[in-house]
Design a protein. Structure first.
Length: 207
């Protein structure tokens, strides 16, 4: 049974914080009590930042990365290699790869991976927009940088089959990432080497 608190306001706040991933009620209570010890302007700024984020954040109309404008800073950067597109599962993967400082191309954020058990199919992901980008942007290489899980491999194969009609190089990050690992948890050195030492997709899988 959940612990009851002397204040209904506190109880409601704990319930909301505890909805966050990895946050239990004890941790939620500790965070809220910490905020209550701060000056009101600190908690007001915290609440305002969350409200502004939720209402004003945008997703890049090209790659679906998170951004402040219609186009993200990566897609808008003229020094990036626009003929190479790295396909990733989520925004955290973009940040992880960017932190390696080894990759100079563009990205395409799928927003997930194919997972029938979770009810996620190809139509739930940004796969069609990837297919549309290839001829429009004269893409020469697509790098598949999805997590090395069964769902990631299923998504890789599906995308490969969908884009095989185009004349382009399809590569996959080197398996320096352990089987079953998610991209966001790989260390920067391993991830950077995996990007640089990528291999042709059809050399890695039997399609």
């Amino acid at each position: 049974m959940n612990q009851r608190y002397p204040s209904l306001l506190l109880d409601n706040a704990v319930n909301e914080f505890a909805k966050l991933p990895g946050i239990g009620r004890k941790t939620a209570l500790r965070l809220i009590l910490h905020l209550l010890r701060q000056d009101e302007n600190v908690t007001d700024s915290f609440a305002q930042a969350l409200t502004t984020l939720r209402h004003e954040i945008k997703y890049c109309k090209i790659c679906h990365n998170i951004c402040d404008d219609e186009v993200c800073t990566i897609c808008a950067n003229p020094s990036r290699d626009k003929t190479t597109v790295c396909v990733v599962e989520n925004i955290k993967d973009v940040m992880a790869i960017e932190n390696t400082m080894q990759y100079k191309g563009l990205y395409h954020v799928l927003g997930g991976i194919i997972s029938p058990l979770d009810g996620i199919g190809p139509s739930d992901l940004q796969i069609e927009s990837l297919i549309e980008r290839i001829p429009l942007e004269n893409v020469k290489e697509v790098i598949l940088a999805l997590s090395t899980t069964m769902e990631g491999d299923t998504t890789n194969i599906y995308i490969f089959k969908k884009i095989s009609k185009f004349e382009l190089k399809v590569s996959i990050i080197a398996r320096g990432i352990s089987i079953g690992d998610e991209i966001e948890y790989a260390d920067e050195v391993t991830l950077g080497r995996s990007i640089m030492n990528r291999t042709l997709f059809n050399d890695s899988y039997s399609i």
